[in-house]
Design a binder for this molecule. Structure first.
Ligand SMILES: NC(=O)c1ccc[n+]([C@@H]2O[C@H](COP(=O)([O-])OP(=O)(O)OC[C@H]3O[C@@H](n4cnc5c(N)ncnc54)[C@H](OP(=O)(O)O)[C@@H]3O)[C@@H](O)[C@H]2O)c1
Length: 261
């Protein structure tokens, strides 16, 4: 039976475990979590262990904080990961670091985001050069339980992916706050202001996902000359909102680069 071992049962680890239990019922799921309290709080379905006990052909998903990685790797028995495929969702831990600490080249880096908790993550996945086609498919399949997966071969793209996809929901939420603040100021209650904003975001995302639609085609189509939308877009241009968003994404990418060392 195929086995997937998720190390770390925090926010991301537990979402992945829940997704695996719901979406891949024929897979044996094991959660490795050193905290007895957290182990006891896990709801059923997965096997729970305090430490990783290796088995050949494991798919290992590392969902621990980056600063816990060295001690995790140091605590493994020699050769523990030699026959495993390892997917790390740790922000900023490079493929080279993973491979050398774990003693295997079969390592992949993934950048999921917080929409994973509603099965809508945009996860960017980058395989190391020693990952087999089978290992790649298994990693992609396991991450598909939390949303969409985009594979890139160039690891340097993960820094920009961290900005656009990883931090994306928080950056979009920051912009969305201006919508809810405005709606409340105009007289809508908090609940209705949030409904207006979230449904606009959801609807816009769905339209953008239609074949042939781009952000530019969408806002141009909606902007009739001298109409209301055209007025709003012109004001955004005047206030250089596009440049501000680009600067925020550049700063986020740079920070991701710095954290990865
Ligand atoms: N949350 C997100 O939206 C998100 C998005 C993209 C990437 N990530 C990445 O996902 C990873 C986890 O993030 P998170 O938000 O889930 O953090 P979290 O809630 O703090 O969870 C981390 C978990 O790992 C456990 N842990 C620590 N050391 C361990 C070890 N040696 N062996 C096994 N388990 C260990 C922690 O247990 P204790 O609490 O007992 O120490 C905790 O349960 C991070 O590397 C982060 O960069 C998260």
């Amino acid at each position: 039976m195929e086995r997937i071992v998720v190390v770390g049962a925090g926010h991301m680890g537990s979402v992945i475990v829940r997704g695996l239990l719901d979406g891949m019922p024929r897979v044996e799921v094991v959660v490795v979590e050193p905290s007895a309290e957290r182990r006891a709080s896990l709801d059923g379905g997965a096997e729970v262990a305090a430490a990783y006990e290796p088995r050949p052909d494991d798919l290992l998903v590392l969902a621990i904080p980056p600063q816990a990685f060295d001690s995790f790797a140091d605590g493994l028995p020699p050769g523990a990961c030699a026959q495993a495929t390892v997917v790390s969702v740790m922000a900023g831990v490079r493929l080279e670091t993973l491979a050398s600490a774990l003693g295997t080249g079969a390592v992949l880096r993934a950048m999921p985001n917080l929409a994973s908790r509603v099965g809508q993550s945009m996860t960017v996945l980058c395989p190391g050069d020693q990952v087999s086609t089978g290992g790649m498919e298994r990693a992609k399949g396991a991450l598909s339980v939390i949303g969409k997966v985009l594979v890139v071969q160039d690891e340097s793209l993960l820094d920009a992916a961290t900005a656009v996809a990883g931090s994306g929901p928080a950056l979009v939420a920051y912009l969305a706050q201006s919508f809810t603040d405005f709606a409340r100021g105009a007289g809508f209650g908090t609940h209705d202001a949030l409904l207006l904003t979230s449904q606009v975001l959801r609807g816009t995302a769905d339209v953008l996902a239609e074949p042939g639609v781009t952000p530019e085609s969408l806002y141009q189509q909606a902007s009739t000359p001298h109409g209301t939308t055209a007025e709003g877009i012109a004001t955004l241009r005047e206030h250089r909102v596009g440049e501000s968003v680009r600067a925020a994404l550049e700063a986020t990418t740079e920070r991701a680069r710095e954290l990865a060392g």
